[in-house]
Ligand binder design. Structure first.
Ligand SMILES: [Zn+2]
Ligand SMILES: [Zn+2]
Length: 142
């Protein structure tokens, strides 16, 4: 029997302002939370949530709004984003024959659970205790 990660599926998502919409058809293969310094900078957060798929990336709307930045000193590090709102959007990584989907941009739950935290050596110390602090359904009580 085929596992969920091997079956072909269509994932959809978009940016915060809604101008950019995309569809990825293929197989979700890997899901990593990356704590490297580059991912911290580019997300402004503790880690990137990178879902890697094999297949096709199609822009359903706003392809002309998608801009990309390639870090000059890096072999593969780049960031694609909506020029209107700055949200990360998927990008094709030709060297890996993969599409990197920022999991938070998906309309639906990713088909895989995160399988590993990577570049933990670079992890910001402030996020080490994140699961032991208070949690609230919305804003903290006033
Ligand atoms: Zn946008
Ligand atoms: Zn990273």
């Amino acid at each position: 029997m085929e596992s969920a990660s091997e079956s072909t599926m269509t994932l959809t998502g978009g940016c915060l302002c809604g101008k950019v919409r995309y569809e990825v058809t293929g197989q979700a293969r890997r899901f990593y939370l990356c704590y490297c310094q580059r991912c911290r900078k580019v997300t402004g957060s503790a880690h990137a949530s990178n879902l890697f798929a094999r297949g096709d990336l199609n822009w359903l709307a706003g392809a002309e709004e998608v801009s990309s930045y390639e870090l000059p000193e890096a072999q593969h590090f780049a960031n694609s984003f909506c020029r209107g709102c700055g949200s990360r959007v998927p990008r094709v990584i030709p060297a890996f024959k993969a599409i990197m989907i920022p999991a938070g941009s998906l309309d639906q739950e990713p088909p895989l659970a995160p399988e590993a935290r990577i570049f933990e050596e670079s992890r910001a110390r402030w996020c080490e205790s994140v699961h032991s602090v208070a949690g609230h359904a919305g804003y903290p009580p006033a």
